[in-house]
Design a protein around this ligand. Sequence first.
Ligand code: NAP
Ligand code: ZN
Ligand code: ZN
Length: 362
Amino acid sequence: MSASTESLVASSAATTAKAWAAQSATSALAPFSIERREPLASDVVIDILYCGVCHSDLHQVRDEWHNSIYPLVPGHEIVGRVVKTGRGVTRFKEGDLAAVGCMVDSCRVCPSCRAGLEQYCEHSPTFTYNSEDKHLGGPTFGGYAESIVVDEAFTLKISPGADLAATAPLLCAGITTYSPLRHWKVGPGQKVGIVGLGGLGHMGVKLAHAFGAHVVLFTTSPAKVADGLRLGADEVVVSKNADEMRRHASSFDFILDAVSANHDINAYLSLIKLDGTLTLVGVPEAPLPVAAFNLLIGRRQFAGSCIGGIAETQEMLDFCAEHNIVSDVEIIGIGQIDEAYQRLVKGDVKYRFVIDMASLKG
Ligand code: NAP
Ligand code: ZN
Ligand code: ZN
Protein backbone atom coordinates (compact mmCIF):
# COMPACT_ATOMS: atom_id res chain seq x y z
CA MET A 1 0.00 0.00 0.00
CA SER A 2 1.41 3.41 -0.92
CA ALA A 3 1.82 6.14 1.69
CA SER A 4 -1.00 8.17 0.15
CA THR A 5 -3.42 5.21 0.06
CA GLU A 6 -2.53 4.17 3.55
CA SER A 7 -3.07 7.68 4.88
CA LEU A 8 -6.69 7.55 3.74
CA VAL A 9 -7.44 4.31 5.53
CA ALA A 10 -9.22 4.74 8.82
CA SER A 11 -7.05 3.22 11.49
CA SER A 12 -8.40 1.62 14.59
CA ALA A 13 -4.97 1.47 16.19
CA ALA A 14 -4.57 4.37 18.61
CA THR A 15 -2.84 5.34 21.81
CA THR A 16 -4.26 7.29 24.71
CA ALA A 17 -2.96 10.77 25.50
CA LYS A 18 -3.61 13.15 28.38
CA ALA A 19 -5.44 16.34 27.41
CA TRP A 20 -7.74 19.06 28.76
CA ALA A 21 -11.19 19.37 27.24
CA ALA A 22 -14.40 21.34 27.50
CA GLN A 23 -17.42 19.05 27.65
CA SER A 24 -19.96 21.78 26.82
CA ALA A 25 -20.20 25.51 26.07
CA THR A 26 -20.64 26.25 29.76
CA SER A 27 -18.20 23.82 31.39
CA ALA A 28 -14.66 24.74 32.37
CA LEU A 29 -11.77 22.85 30.80
CA ALA A 30 -10.82 19.73 32.75
CA PRO A 31 -8.52 16.69 32.38
CA PHE A 32 -9.62 14.25 29.67
CA SER A 33 -8.18 11.24 27.82
CA ILE A 34 -8.02 11.33 24.04
CA GLU A 35 -6.93 8.91 21.34
CA ARG A 36 -4.11 9.66 18.93
CA ARG A 37 -3.74 7.43 15.89
CA GLU A 38 -0.73 5.17 15.43
CA PRO A 39 1.53 6.97 12.95
CA LEU A 40 0.77 6.22 9.32
CA ALA A 41 3.58 6.25 6.75
CA SER A 42 3.68 10.05 6.39
CA ASP A 43 2.94 10.95 10.04
CA VAL A 44 5.10 12.41 12.76
CA VAL A 45 4.32 11.91 16.44
CA ILE A 46 5.06 15.08 18.40
CA ASP A 47 5.55 15.34 22.14
CA ILE A 48 4.01 18.78 22.82
CA LEU A 49 6.22 21.15 24.83
CA TYR A 50 4.26 24.44 24.54
CA CYS A 51 0.88 25.48 23.22
CA GLY A 52 -0.27 29.07 22.81
CA VAL A 53 -3.72 30.23 23.92
CA CYS A 54 -5.59 31.90 21.05
CA HIS A 55 -8.82 33.82 21.52
CA SER A 56 -10.26 31.40 18.91
CA ASP A 57 -9.81 28.66 21.54
CA LEU A 58 -12.06 30.59 23.88
CA HIS A 59 -14.63 31.45 21.15
CA GLN A 60 -14.92 27.75 20.32
CA VAL A 61 -14.84 26.42 23.89
CA ARG A 62 -17.86 28.67 24.54
CA ASP A 63 -19.46 27.89 21.15
CA GLU A 64 -19.52 31.58 20.21
CA TRP A 65 -19.26 30.63 16.52
CA HIS A 66 -22.08 28.08 16.87
CA ASN A 67 -20.10 25.19 15.37
CA SER A 68 -18.37 23.55 18.32
CA ILE A 69 -18.18 19.77 18.64
CA TYR A 70 -17.73 18.47 22.20
CA PRO A 71 -15.67 17.23 23.85
CA LEU A 72 -13.44 20.04 22.58
CA VAL A 73 -9.67 20.04 23.13
CA PRO A 74 -8.43 23.47 21.92
CA GLY A 75 -4.93 24.57 20.94
CA HIS A 76 -3.40 25.36 17.54
CA GLU A 77 -0.11 27.02 18.42
CA ILE A 78 1.89 23.87 19.01
CA VAL A 79 5.63 23.44 19.43
CA GLY A 80 7.19 20.14 20.39
CA ARG A 81 9.68 17.40 19.69
CA VAL A 82 9.33 14.53 17.26
CA VAL A 83 9.34 11.21 19.13
CA LYS A 84 8.41 8.85 16.30
CA THR A 85 8.01 9.00 12.51
CA GLY A 86 6.13 6.92 9.94
CA ARG A 87 8.30 4.91 7.56
CA GLY A 88 7.71 7.31 4.64
CA VAL A 89 8.61 10.52 6.50
CA THR A 90 11.52 12.35 4.90
CA ARG A 91 11.62 15.84 6.46
CA PHE A 92 11.66 14.96 10.17
CA LYS A 93 13.49 12.50 12.38
CA GLU A 94 13.21 11.55 16.02
CA GLY A 95 14.50 14.35 18.25
CA ASP A 96 13.77 17.19 15.81
CA LEU A 97 11.77 20.23 16.89
CA ALA A 98 8.46 20.54 15.08
CA ALA A 99 5.42 22.80 15.09
CA VAL A 100 1.76 22.57 14.13
CA GLY A 101 -0.61 25.45 13.49
CA CYS A 102 -4.31 25.71 12.74
CA MET A 103 -4.60 22.96 10.12
CA VAL A 104 -3.62 19.29 10.06
CA ASP A 105 -4.86 18.40 6.57
CA SER A 106 -6.82 19.57 3.50
CA CYS A 107 -8.01 17.95 0.26
CA ARG A 108 -4.61 18.77 -1.32
CA VAL A 109 -5.98 18.69 -4.90
CA CYS A 110 -8.39 21.64 -5.28
CA PRO A 111 -7.10 24.86 -6.89
CA SER A 112 -6.64 26.53 -3.48
CA CYS A 113 -4.63 23.62 -2.09
CA ARG A 114 -2.53 23.44 -5.24
CA ALA A 115 -1.81 27.15 -4.89
CA GLY A 116 -0.56 26.65 -1.32
CA LEU A 117 -3.70 28.24 0.09
CA GLU A 118 -4.84 25.21 2.10
CA GLN A 119 -6.68 27.54 4.50
CA TYR A 120 -9.11 28.25 1.64
CA CYS A 121 -9.45 24.58 0.60
CA GLU A 122 -12.68 24.24 -1.38
CA HIS A 123 -13.55 21.17 0.68
CA SER A 124 -12.55 22.86 3.94
CA PRO A 125 -9.24 22.18 5.59
CA THR A 126 -9.12 19.81 8.54
CA PHE A 127 -8.54 22.19 11.42
CA THR A 128 -6.29 21.09 14.26
CA TYR A 129 -9.29 20.91 16.57
CA ASN A 130 -13.06 21.08 16.21
CA SER A 131 -12.97 19.50 12.72
CA GLU A 132 -13.91 16.02 11.59
CA ASP A 133 -11.06 13.55 12.22
CA LYS A 134 -10.70 11.65 8.92
CA HIS A 135 -8.80 8.81 10.56
CA LEU A 136 -10.40 8.07 13.91
CA GLY A 137 -13.82 9.67 13.42
CA GLY A 138 -15.21 12.22 15.87
CA PRO A 139 -13.61 15.64 16.30
CA THR A 140 -9.95 16.47 15.87
CA PHE A 141 -8.27 17.31 19.18
CA GLY A 142 -5.80 20.19 19.52
CA GLY A 143 -2.69 21.06 21.42
CA TYR A 144 -3.84 21.25 25.04
CA ALA A 145 -2.54 17.67 25.12
CA GLU A 146 0.67 15.76 25.72
CA SER A 147 1.09 14.67 22.10
CA ILE A 148 -0.28 15.00 18.56
CA VAL A 149 0.07 12.93 15.38
CA VAL A 150 0.22 14.96 12.16
CA ASP A 151 1.05 14.33 8.52
CA GLU A 152 4.51 15.74 7.83
CA ALA A 153 3.02 17.86 5.01
CA PHE A 154 1.27 19.92 7.70
CA THR A 155 4.20 19.96 10.13
CA LEU A 156 6.47 23.00 10.32
CA LYS A 157 10.18 23.31 11.03
CA ILE A 158 11.52 25.35 13.94
CA SER A 159 15.09 26.58 14.08
CA PRO A 160 17.14 24.73 16.72
CA GLY A 161 18.04 27.85 18.72
CA ALA A 162 14.45 29.14 18.97
CA ASP A 163 12.83 30.28 22.21
CA LEU A 164 10.18 27.58 22.03
CA ALA A 165 7.51 29.15 24.27
CA ALA A 166 7.77 32.50 22.50
CA THR A 167 7.74 30.83 19.08
CA ALA A 168 4.51 28.86 19.66
CA PRO A 169 2.17 31.87 19.09
CA LEU A 170 3.68 32.42 15.65
CA LEU A 171 1.77 29.32 14.50
CA CYS A 172 -1.53 31.24 14.61
CA ALA A 173 -1.08 34.85 15.75
CA GLY A 174 2.07 35.17 13.63
CA ILE A 175 0.77 33.71 10.37
CA THR A 176 -2.69 35.31 10.69
CA THR A 177 -1.11 38.76 10.69
CA TYR A 178 1.85 37.96 8.38
CA SER A 179 -0.38 36.66 5.57
CA PRO A 180 -2.61 39.74 5.09
CA LEU A 181 0.29 42.15 5.61
CA ARG A 182 2.12 40.34 2.78
CA HIS A 183 -0.98 39.93 0.60
CA TRP A 184 -1.74 43.67 0.72
CA LYS A 185 2.00 44.39 0.23
CA VAL A 186 2.54 46.44 3.35
CA GLY A 187 5.93 48.11 3.29
CA PRO A 188 7.98 51.31 3.39
CA GLY A 189 6.12 54.56 2.65
CA GLN A 190 2.78 53.17 3.84
CA LYS A 191 0.71 54.18 6.83
CA VAL A 192 -0.64 51.01 8.41
CA GLY A 193 -3.02 50.61 11.34
CA ILE A 194 -3.32 47.65 13.69
CA VAL A 195 -6.48 47.51 15.81
CA GLY A 196 -6.36 45.75 19.20
CA LEU A 197 -3.20 44.94 21.15
CA GLY A 198 -3.77 41.28 21.98
CA GLY A 199 -2.11 38.13 20.65
CA LEU A 200 -2.72 38.86 16.98
CA GLY A 201 -2.39 42.63 17.31
CA HIS A 202 1.03 42.58 18.96
CA MET A 203 2.35 40.29 16.22
CA GLY A 204 0.78 42.61 13.64
CA VAL A 205 2.63 45.57 15.15
CA LYS A 206 5.96 43.71 15.19
CA LEU A 207 5.59 42.40 11.63
CA ALA A 208 4.29 45.64 10.04
CA HIS A 209 7.22 47.44 11.72
CA ALA A 210 9.66 44.81 10.37
CA PHE A 211 8.19 45.29 6.86
CA GLY A 212 9.09 48.99 7.09
CA ALA A 213 5.62 50.59 7.32
CA HIS A 214 4.67 53.57 9.48
CA VAL A 215 2.65 51.71 12.14
CA VAL A 216 -0.23 53.17 14.13
CA LEU A 217 -1.68 51.03 16.90
CA PHE A 218 -5.30 51.53 17.95
CA THR A 219 -6.08 50.33 21.45
CA THR A 220 -8.98 50.70 23.86
CA SER A 221 -6.52 50.34 26.76
CA PRO A 222 -4.58 53.50 27.76
CA ALA A 223 -2.31 51.24 29.88
CA LYS A 224 -1.01 49.57 26.68
CA VAL A 225 0.28 52.77 25.03
CA ALA A 226 3.89 52.39 26.23
CA ASP A 227 3.98 48.72 25.25
CA GLY A 228 2.61 49.57 21.80
CA LEU A 229 5.54 51.91 21.20
CA ARG A 230 8.02 49.38 22.61
CA LEU A 231 6.66 46.64 20.33
CA GLY A 232 7.24 48.77 17.20
CA ALA A 233 4.33 51.19 16.73
CA ASP A 234 5.31 54.69 15.58
CA GLU A 235 2.11 56.12 17.05
CA VAL A 236 -0.53 54.81 19.44
CA VAL A 237 -4.12 56.05 19.36
CA VAL A 238 -6.50 55.39 22.23
CA SER A 239 -9.56 54.66 20.13
CA LYS A 240 -12.05 55.89 22.71
CA ASN A 241 -10.74 59.41 22.10
CA ALA A 242 -12.82 60.78 19.18
CA ASP A 243 -10.50 63.77 18.60
CA GLU A 244 -7.46 61.52 18.25
CA MET A 245 -9.37 59.29 15.82
CA ARG A 246 -10.50 62.27 13.69
CA ARG A 247 -6.89 63.40 13.24
CA HIS A 248 -6.29 60.25 11.16
CA ALA A 249 -9.37 60.52 8.88
CA SER A 250 -8.87 59.14 5.32
CA SER A 251 -5.12 58.67 5.82
CA PHE A 252 -4.41 54.92 5.99
CA ASP A 253 -3.23 52.66 3.17
CA PHE A 254 -4.15 49.59 5.18
CA ILE A 255 -5.71 48.71 8.53
CA LEU A 256 -5.71 45.24 10.08
CA ASP A 257 -8.49 44.76 12.62
CA ALA A 258 -7.67 42.05 15.19
CA VAL A 259 -10.42 42.72 17.73
CA SER A 260 -12.19 39.73 19.27
CA ALA A 261 -15.39 41.52 20.36
CA ASN A 262 -18.09 43.59 18.70
CA HIS A 263 -16.99 47.17 18.00
CA ASP A 264 -17.70 50.04 15.62
CA ILE A 265 -16.02 49.12 12.35
CA ASN A 266 -17.21 52.36 10.72
CA ALA A 267 -14.86 54.31 12.96
CA TYR A 268 -11.96 52.51 11.23
CA LEU A 269 -13.37 52.48 7.68
CA SER A 270 -13.47 56.27 7.81
CA LEU A 271 -9.72 56.32 8.42
CA ILE A 272 -8.91 54.52 5.12
CA LYS A 273 -7.65 56.68 2.24
CA LEU A 274 -8.57 56.41 -1.46
CA ASP A 275 -8.42 52.77 -2.60
CA GLY A 276 -7.07 51.63 0.75
CA THR A 277 -8.18 48.46 2.52
CA LEU A 278 -9.49 47.51 5.95
CA THR A 279 -9.00 43.80 6.57
CA LEU A 280 -10.66 41.88 9.37
CA VAL A 281 -8.86 39.04 11.07
CA GLY A 282 -10.79 39.30 14.34
CA VAL A 283 -13.98 37.26 14.54
CA PRO A 284 -16.52 38.91 16.84
CA GLU A 285 -19.53 36.80 17.69
CA ALA A 286 -22.14 39.06 16.01
CA PRO A 287 -22.20 40.56 12.46
CA LEU A 288 -20.75 44.07 12.18
CA PRO A 289 -22.97 46.79 10.65
CA VAL A 290 -21.19 48.67 7.83
CA ALA A 291 -22.38 52.10 6.64
CA ALA A 292 -22.43 52.06 2.80
CA PHE A 293 -21.15 55.64 2.54
CA ASN A 294 -18.05 54.59 4.46
CA LEU A 295 -17.18 52.29 1.53
CA LEU A 296 -18.37 54.51 -1.33
CA ILE A 297 -16.36 57.50 -0.24
CA GLY A 298 -12.76 56.90 -1.20
CA ARG A 299 -13.59 53.62 -3.01
CA ARG A 300 -12.56 51.87 0.19
CA GLN A 301 -12.21 48.10 0.34
CA PHE A 302 -13.38 45.98 3.25
CA ALA A 303 -11.83 42.52 3.34
CA GLY A 304 -11.05 39.50 5.52
CA SER A 305 -8.20 37.06 5.86
CA CYS A 306 -7.96 33.58 7.35
CA ILE A 307 -4.71 32.26 8.88
CA GLY A 308 -2.20 31.34 6.11
CA GLY A 309 -1.09 28.38 3.98
CA ILE A 310 1.54 25.87 5.04
CA ALA A 311 4.32 27.17 2.78
CA GLU A 312 3.62 30.74 3.89
CA THR A 313 3.62 29.64 7.54
CA GLN A 314 7.11 28.18 7.05
CA GLU A 315 8.16 31.40 5.26
CA MET A 316 6.86 33.41 8.25
CA LEU A 317 8.71 31.18 10.76
CA ASP A 318 11.92 31.60 8.77
CA PHE A 319 11.39 35.38 8.47
CA CYS A 320 10.81 35.66 12.22
CA ALA A 321 13.88 33.55 13.01
CA GLU A 322 16.00 35.73 10.72
CA HIS A 323 14.66 38.98 12.23
CA ASN A 324 14.59 37.81 15.86
CA ILE A 325 10.81 38.18 16.07
CA VAL A 326 8.95 36.15 18.67
CA SER A 327 5.83 36.68 20.71
CA ASP A 328 5.76 38.39 24.13
CA VAL A 329 4.41 35.61 26.30
CA GLU A 330 3.15 34.82 29.79
CA ILE A 331 3.85 31.16 30.45
CA ILE A 332 1.14 29.38 32.44
CA GLY A 333 0.39 25.87 33.71
CA ILE A 334 -2.67 24.14 32.27
CA GLY A 335 -4.36 24.59 35.67
CA GLN A 336 -4.41 28.37 35.08
CA ILE A 337 -6.30 28.15 31.80
CA ASP A 338 -9.62 29.32 33.19
CA GLU A 339 -7.98 32.40 34.72
CA ALA A 340 -6.20 33.06 31.41
CA TYR A 341 -9.53 32.90 29.55
CA GLN A 342 -11.08 35.36 32.01
CA ARG A 343 -8.20 37.75 31.41
CA LEU A 344 -8.53 37.38 27.61
CA VAL A 345 -12.16 38.46 27.82
CA LYS A 346 -11.03 41.61 29.64
CA GLY A 347 -8.29 42.35 27.08
CA ASP A 348 -5.77 41.74 29.89
CA VAL A 349 -3.10 39.81 28.01
CA LYS A 350 0.61 40.61 27.62
CA TYR A 351 0.50 39.51 24.90
CA ARG A 352 -0.02 35.77 24.57
CA PHE A 353 -0.58 33.11 27.19
CA VAL A 354 1.43 29.97 26.45
CA ILE A 355 0.85 26.69 28.28
CA ASP A 356 3.94 24.81 29.46
CA MET A 357 2.83 21.24 28.75
CA ALA A 358 5.07 19.85 31.46
CA SER A 359 2.25 21.01 33.75
CA LEU A 360 -0.12 18.51 32.11
CA LYS A 361 2.24 15.59 32.30
CA GLY A 362 3.34 16.08 35.91
P1 NAP B 1 -6.84 38.65 22.20
O1 NAP B 1 -5.44 38.29 22.51
O2 NAP B 1 -7.89 38.44 23.22
O3 NAP B 1 -6.83 40.20 21.72
C1 NAP B 1 -7.99 40.87 21.34
C2 NAP B 1 -7.79 42.37 21.61
O4 NAP B 1 -8.94 43.05 21.09
C3 NAP B 1 -7.76 42.76 23.07
O5 NAP B 1 -6.51 42.60 23.68
C4 NAP B 1 -8.19 44.22 23.01
O6 NAP B 1 -7.09 45.04 22.64
C5 NAP B 1 -9.18 44.23 21.86
N1 NAP B 1 -10.55 44.20 22.37
C6 NAP B 1 -11.12 43.24 23.15
N2 NAP B 1 -12.40 43.54 23.42
C7 NAP B 1 -12.66 44.68 22.77
C8 NAP B 1 -13.82 45.50 22.62
N3 NAP B 1 -14.97 45.18 23.22
N4 NAP B 1 -13.72 46.61 21.85
C9 NAP B 1 -12.58 46.93 21.25
N5 NAP B 1 -11.44 46.21 21.37
C10 NAP B 1 -11.48 45.10 22.12
O7 NAP B 1 -7.35 37.87 20.90
P2 NAP B 1 -6.48 37.22 19.70
O8 NAP B 1 -6.10 35.85 20.07
O9 NAP B 1 -5.47 38.19 19.26
O10 NAP B 1 -7.62 37.07 18.59
C11 NAP B 1 -8.28 38.22 18.08
C12 NAP B 1 -9.41 37.79 17.21
O11 NAP B 1 -8.89 37.19 16.00
C13 NAP B 1 -10.33 36.73 17.81
O12 NAP B 1 -11.66 37.01 17.44
C14 NAP B 1 -9.86 35.45 17.16
O13 NAP B 1 -10.83 34.44 17.12
C15 NAP B 1 -9.51 35.94 15.78
N6 NAP B 1 -8.61 35.09 15.01
C16 NAP B 1 -8.80 35.07 13.68
C17 NAP B 1 -7.94 34.33 12.88
C18 NAP B 1 -8.10 34.36 11.40
O14 NAP B 1 -7.65 33.45 10.73
N7 NAP B 1 -8.71 35.39 10.84
C19 NAP B 1 -6.91 33.60 13.47
C20 NAP B 1 -6.75 33.67 14.83
C21 NAP B 1 -7.59 34.42 15.61
P3 NAP B 1 -6.93 46.54 23.26
O15 NAP B 1 -6.88 46.36 24.74
O16 NAP B 1 -5.66 46.98 22.67
O17 NAP B 1 -8.11 47.34 22.79
ZN1 ZN C 1 -5.68 31.03 16.61
ZN1 ZN D 1 -8.40 21.66 -1.13
